[in-house]
Design a protein around this ligand. Structure first.
Ligand code: CTP
Length: 401
């Protein structure tokens, strides 16, 4: 959820400020760009140098950049507009009250007032301060502005007292924000199943029948679905691609049979399924237990048909929106439409090997999206990441849960 997002982190002067070093690391690890604004008192609790090193950006705390001349000022409006989201953590009673009243006597508050993005605040204070009617009034007012409160937790406080007021742990802050961002997305709460990659059909312990599919199209589809908020199960044959999105669960398989079994384990609970794998159509009838030695000048392997995963999913389809791929070399549209019907699909993505840059083992693809009403939508040659987004745009136009 946070990958590529611009996050403005405002740190105020409470002991929990030391935990923001971990928060910054988690945000950076999640792929976010982080800029930090500190109040003056916050720098007594956490070092600007540590935060600048972790965030890879200068840490700002005053309206004027101390290193520059009088004209070199830190533009709070630009910072506020740069941010896709702002987090104030820890948020002290003092800063929360100022945010609620529109006071603007430091850079952090000026950024807050300039920010148009969602603002999260994670209070941290002693238990009596947390319960004080004045703090509660600030929380209410900020929530009425649309700001989002990350509740403090209960436990031992810096004062030695026990109670509510501890800033949420950095992991929980990140989880909370992820959950919040996910909620507003079009596939939030939905489960998407994707098959990817080639399959390897064993001949003997050292040899197999495979194909040139890299798996990239399926992995990009998984990323696109996760970016739309879906929980994704990616069933992949051998591929060097990896997943980093926390909403994607990767299930690695090798053969067509294993892919068939893994896919069917999940299918019933799935909302959208896309079969992008290049599954072997045939597999050796028997697998030699020992390495086959060369003897005769000619050698043949008896092959039997694999189970068609997509066909089976089409036959069992209830409410799932089912999408297949068709890789064709001739009569492309006609062949794709036949597959769509035969496999009971909602849509099929056609790749033609006649199109330059399309298909296997390339970072680009050129597709035509065909739905079950025979509406045909052709696309230009694009990167596979862009193609994956186009495919989900088309699915979202047609899939209504
Ligand atoms: N597919 C599958 N299981 C198989 C074979 C294919 O799930 N055993 C899926 C592919 O993932 C793809 C679609 O079926 O989404 C079409 O695959 P393709 O190889 O183009 O077509 P086939 O049905 O195998 O027919 P043919 O090879 O005769 O073109």
């Amino acid at each position: 959820m946070l990958g590529g997002k611009n996050i403005l982190l405002g740190i105020t002067g409470g002991i929990a400020a030391y935990k923001t070093t971990f928060l910054v690391r988690l945000l950076i690890k999640a792929g976010a760009n982080v800029k930090i604004v500190l109040t003056e008192s916050a720098s007594s609790f956490v070092s600007p140098l540590t935060l600048a090193t972790l965030s890879k950006n200068p840490v700002l705390s005053s309206f004027v950049n101390e290193e520059g001349g009088a004209t070199d000022w830190n533009n709070h409006v630009e910072l506020g507009l740069w941010a896709d989201l702002m987090i104030v953590a820890p948020a002290t009673a003092n800063t929360l009250s100022k945010m609620a009243s529109g006071t603007c006597d430091n850079l952090l508050l000026a950024c807050y007032l300039s920010a148009k993005c969602p603002v999260f605040f994670a209070p941290a204070m002693d238990l009596d301060m947390y319960k004080h009617p004045s703090s509660i009034a600030s929380f209410k007012k900020l929530k009425s502005f649309g700001n989002i409160m990350i509740l403090a937790t209960s436990g031992e406080l810096a004062s030695g007292l026990h109670g509510e007021g501890r800033m949420a742990e950095p992991e929980d802050i990140v989880k909370f924000i992820n959950g919040h961002l996910q909620k507003g997305l079009p596939l939030s709460g939905k489960k998407v199943l994707i098959t990817a990659g080639p399959t390897y059909e064993a001949i003997d312990p050292v040899r197999f029948i495979g194909n040139h599919a890299s798996g990239q199209m399926g992995y990009e589809l998984a990323n696109a679905a996760a970016n739309l908020g879906a929980e994704v199960i990616l069933v992949s044959g051998p591929s060097h691609f990896t997943v980093s999105h926390e909403l994607i669960t990767l299930r690695k398989v090798i053969s067509a049979e294993e892919m068939y079994n893994e896919v069917h384990l999940h299918y019933e609970a799935i909302d959208v399924a896309i079969c992008a794998a290049a599954v072997a159509d045939y597999t050796p009838k028997t697998v030699a237990t020992q390495k086959i030695k060369k003897k005769e000048s000619e050698f043949s392997i008896e092959l039997v048909k694999t189970k068609d995963i997509l066909l089976s999913l089409g036959n069992q389809k209830k409410d799932q929106f089912l999408v297949g791929f068709a890789l064709e070399t001739e009569n492309e549209l006609e062949n794709a439409k036949v597959k769509l019907k035969k496999k009971n699909l909602d849509a099929i993505v056609l790749n033609s090997l006649n199109d330059k840059g399309a298909g296997f083992g390339k970072p680009t693809n050129k597709i035509t999206f065909i739905d079950k009403n025979s509406t045909i939508t052709p696309f230009e040659l694009k990167t596979k990441a862009e193609v994956a987004k186009d495919i989900f745009d088309e699915i979202l136009k047609r899939y209504h849960a």
